[in-house]
Design a binder for this molecule. Structure first.
Ligand SMILES: [Zn+2]
Length: 496
């Protein structure tokens, strides 16, 4: 595969500039191989309602898109709804924010027979009336030969009927807004949802996304958002306790360890340096309470088991459907989270994996991550040194801490992340799809996407040997010039 893509890549002059280090012995590929690349876009119901299904599919097809990732279920604004309020509206769709009307939920018809084993039945999204996105889009998509993936995420509101019975428990004992993978009501809801879509509609696959992490990394603030307050980390519900007990974890010790960790994090954030330093003190806690890592792995394994359960359930319904996952950008910043995303371990239950490589917003996000971990485990390391350390251990190199929010990450980051992920999947049949950032909102004054930047990112993904790309996060926030520049890259690569 590597050789094939090198050759395709060499067709473009801009692309050729990136291949200087590649041996000239590349094998000539058959042109038809290039046609198999998956070119996808994430799009929500509101775009079809606002712009018309036929017209939108025509536009997508003209731009080389062959796969739709329909945001079929979510309560989050990241993949559904119009532009996020406060960000400029793009140059297509309705020029009105949906602040008052957005609610999220299921953008297809709910068939109650699939939700018998859970107290949570989901709710029908009402922000686009009775519009059933799958019913509306599938016939036209089939007609023009486009594939359709139901795309959904682990994002909920806390005012939904019976949702309290699915919620995780915080270290504090309170219910969290997030749902527990080990709670049968949540697990069965997810299985019901994918069965509903798989049986009720002629789809081509499903892709699920959970952008959360376990209590250890979350407590340390090892994410772009800075993590949760340490007493709010999850999950300590009775299902997780049962599972922990079955693994031989001492529950009291685990809880005690997290309480000690919470004190350490709280003090660090107030600038109280431990006597032996931040990093040494964390090691002392980990050595004293190995339950901290055992509990983290229990959470990670629970997510993987959820992947496996969804995979098996969909395949039992219809083996031809593709099933895979979206791995969030924390994978690019936090080495602990990256360690948990063991691609070889995930491959047996993954027909495809989308790895987020949102290079434009990555600068702002990495700066947020560095700022946060500088207050906890790396409190003794100056921030620029800390960033350089992360560049080194994560194997990419970008601009300085002062520059990255304003400049974003380069296409080289996309290339390296694709290449690394490809190597991680070596010997497996799992398709690698690089997630490309088109106009994902960033703060005022921070880096914004450009046509050239998007084009370079797409070239870099295929240069790194991706099997496909997913233009992300949602069409309703993309500017047309940036969206269309992806096709410029596809043309250079001979992919359209
Ligand atoms: Zn739990």
């Amino acid at each position: 595969m590597v050789k094939i893509d090198r050759r395709l890549f060499l067709q473009g002059s801009a692309a050729a500039a990136l291949t200087a280090a590649i041996p000239t012995t590349a094998v000539i590929a058959q042109p038809e191989v290039s046609k198999k690349k998956m070119i996808g876009i994430q799009v929500g119901a509101v775009s079809f309602v606002d712009e018309g299904t036929e017209k939108l599919l025509d536009d997508f097809q003209q731009e080389g898109i062959n796969t739709l990732f329909l945001a079929t279920f979510t309560y989050g604004r990241g993949i559904a709804g119009r532009q996020v309020p406060g960000q400029p509206l793009p140059d297509h769709g309705r020029h009105v924010y949906d602040t008052d009307t957005f609610c999220g939920g299921n953008y297809a018809t709910i068939h109650p027979q699939y939700y018998k084993n859970t107290v949570f039945k989901g709710t029908r999204a009402t922000d686009v009336g009775n519009f059933d996105m799958l019913e509306a889009v599938l016939p036209s998509a089939k007609k023009c030969g486009m594939k359709t993936i139901c795309w959904f995420e682990d994002a909920f509101r806390n005012d939904l009927p019976n949702i309290d019975q699915l919620q995780e428990k915080e270290l504090s004992g309170k219910n969290a807004d997030t749902l527990c993978f080990n709670n049968p009501n949540y697990r069965n809801f997810l299985l019901g949802l994918v069965e509903d879509w798989s049986r009720s509609y002629d789809i081509d696959g499903i892709m699920w996304c959970s952008e959360r992490q376990g209590a250890f990394a979350e407590s340390l603030g090892a994410s772009q958002e800075g993590g949760s307050p340490p007493y709010e980390v999850t999950c300590f519900c009775r299902y997780c306790e049962e599972k922990g007990r079955a693994r031989g974890i001492n529950l009291e010790r685990a809880r005690q360890g997290f309480l000690e960790l919470a004190k350490y994090v709280d003090k660090g954030r107030r600038g109280h340096r431990p006597v032996d330093g931040y990093y040494v003190e964390l090691w002392r806690l980990m050595l004293r309470y190995p339950e901290l890592l055992a509990w983290e792995m229990l959470w990670t394994d629970s997510l993987r088991e959820t992947y496996a359960a969804i995979y098996k359930h969909v395949k039992d319904v219809k083996p031809s459907l593709g099933v895979g996952w979206h791995i969030s950008s924390t994978n690019s910043f936090n080495p602990i989270y990256r360690a948990e995303q063991d691609l070889a371990a995930l491959a047996p239950v993954s027909d495809f994996i989308k790895i987020v490589m949102y290079n434009n917003c990555a600068g702002e996000r990495m700066a947020g991550y560095i700022d946060s971990v500088h207050q906890t485990l790396y409190g003794d390391v100056p921030k620029q040194e800390l960033l350089d350390f992360h560049y080194r251990v994560l194997d990419y190199k970008e601009k300085s801490l002062a520059e990255i929010p304003m400049k974003g990450f380069s296409a080289d980051y996309v290339y390296r992340e694709t290449k690394r992920s490809r190597a991680g999947l070596e010997g497996t049949k799992t398709q690698l799809w690089s997630g490309i950032d088109i106009d994902i909102p960033t703060d005022p004054g921070h880096s914004k996407c450009t046509p050239e930047g998007v084009k370079d990112a797409v070239l870099a993904a295929f240069h790194g040997d991706a099997d496909g790309i997913i233009l992300s996060r949602k069409y309703s926030e993309m500017k047309l010039a940036n969206f269309r520049s992806a096709r410029t890259a596809l043309k250079e690569l001979g992919l359209t």
